[in-house]
Design a protein around this ligand. Sequence first.
Ligand code: GLN
Length: 216
Amino acid sequence: MRTLRIGVLALQGDVSEHIDITNATLREMGLEGEAVIVKEKDRLDEIHGLIIPGGESTTIGRMAERYEMISKIKNAAFAGMPIFGTCSGLILMAKKVRDAKIGEMNQPTLGLLDVEVIRNAFGRQRESFEISLKIPKIGKNPFPGVFIRAPAIASILSKDVEVLASYEDKIVAVQQNNLIGIAFHPELTDDTRLHEFFIGMILKSPFKDRISKANS
Ligand code: GLN
């Protein structure tokens, strides 16, 4: 496998938007590669990085469990595969999940990011909104933050977690080594900088070489 293959977990949620923006970003970066749909666990062996889209985290988590993808994704993450979770994807990646109304959730998750996430953190009045976010790591210009029934990161559970962006008093984007989790939806904008950042992580990851060697 010589070209880059970026998987988008396609169990539920805004999969096609991530496929489109990932393909657009690859073209912008002048890279040979493609975004691929990941619906079954064997597909995870064929990708260099994985995007977990927004949608409904309880549904995506249950389906991932039913299709025996949870431990396989976790093992790939431990082996260094870059993973990028947006909105529900962030919830699924978190070690601890709480709902703003219901409290402690015990939904199936990957438990990869050392953070506690609160679902529906922005309340009913603000089910969806767009604001300008400062994300210094990807450049000076503000990023259009599209939030839809968005979660937020309530606390950070280890010093390996770096805060990439906050809004008001809430953390909305983090990185922990090969993992990024964000509370908003870059795939619903034309701004490809976060996808470019993620693809940059894949290009630097040892995981990429390992797959290339195994398949060349
Ligand atoms: N509140 C949703 C959840 O818990 C996330 C919303 C979204 O992904 N837009 O999964």
